[in-house]
Design a protein around this ligand. Structure first.
Ligand code: COA
Length: 258
């Protein structure tokens, strides 16, 4: 179905693998279009309850936007490219189903931006992160200037974007860019285990966590107001009745997402 992605669905978790290993899984127009389609699939398919984004091969998660497509672009086309990337990455960020990045190698430029659009990131020990666009006379254009600043703070983000330096998985962990670092073999099992834990919780509550966290970073929203609204809405759900009853009855809850 996809030319540049491969997908596998097991236990309601869709593993999305960006599959251009000979080009370090660089995000060309086709990958971006197919990422948009697969995100639509995550949103629309009831059998998919969570997703993992990773890269094919053992060298790269994604080594950036495809540089070979940059030479002929006008400013207008650059604007369109950035805007269309923003649409896809915002949809990942706003997905009510958890989407996490399993970073298995270079996550550079658009690759780092893709990982940052996911709800959180785990990395293999050989992962490397960076925004090297200044080496090309460019800046990040898929949300990187904003999300990197939010995730690691202004000083570190500015240094990374000004120097174009790469950081190791260990640095990314200590800077808060990734949540866990594991061996390459443990990467997907760890991502799956985390998602299985999340999928055992109340799905509507998980969706509301996404909404409130994103509201905290949205200048046009009062995140505290959003929290009050979303907290209140929980009381209309069967899952809150189930969760609270199960706690009192000292049994495991069985959430149905209603
Ligand atoms: N866009 C297009 N092609 C890319 C690419 C990108 N972002 N990143 C890697 N490739 C291609 C290379 O051109 C090469 O293709 P070729 O075999 O047809 O020549 C292939 O992927 C392998 O890359 P190579 O550079 O030979 O591998 P390496 O192990 O020596 O270096 C990187 C790996 C990731 C450090 C290096 O490829 C790199 O710096 N890539 C660009 C990163 C970047 O600037 N990203 C931001 C883009 S905005």
């Amino acid at each position: 179905m996809y030319q540049t992605l491969s997908t596998t669905l097991n236990d309601n978790i869709l593993v999305i693998t960006i599959n251009r290993p000979d080009k370090m899984n660089a995000l060309n127009r086709q990958v971006m279009a197919e990422l948009g389609l697969v995100v639509d699939e995550v949103y629309g398919d009831h059998n998919i309850k969570a997703a993992i984004i990773t890269g094919a091969g053992d060298k790269a998660f994604v080594a950036g936007a495809d540089i070979s497509e940059f030479l002929e672009l006008s400013p207008k086309q650059g604007e369109e490219l950035a805007k269309s990337g923003h649409v896809v990455f915002h949809r990942i960020e706003n997905s009510t189903k958890p989407i996490i990045a399993a970073v298995n190698g270079f996550a550079l430029g658009g690759g780092c931006e893709l990982a940052m659009a996911c709800h959180f990131r785990i990395a293999s020990e050989n992962a490397k992160f960076g925004q090297p666009e200044v080496n090309l006379g460019l800046i990040p254009g898929y949300g990187g200037t904003q999300r990197l600043t939010q995730l690691i703070g202004r000083g570190k983000a500015t240094e990374l974007m000004m120097t174009g330096d790469m950081i190791t998985a260990a640095d990314a962990l200590s800077w808060g860019l990734v949540n866990h670092v594991v061996t390459a073999e443990e990467l997907l099992p760890k991502a799956i285990a985390l998602l299985q834990k999340i999928l055992s919780k109340a799905p509507l509550a998980i969706a509301r966590v996404v909404k409130c966290v994103n509201a905290a970073l949205d200048k046009n929203q009062d995140g505290f107001e959003t929290e009050v609204k979303e907290f209140a809405a929980c009381f209309a759900t069967k899952d809150l009745q189930e969760g609270a009853s199960a706690f009192i009855q000292k049994r495991k809850p069985n959430f149905i997402g209603e």
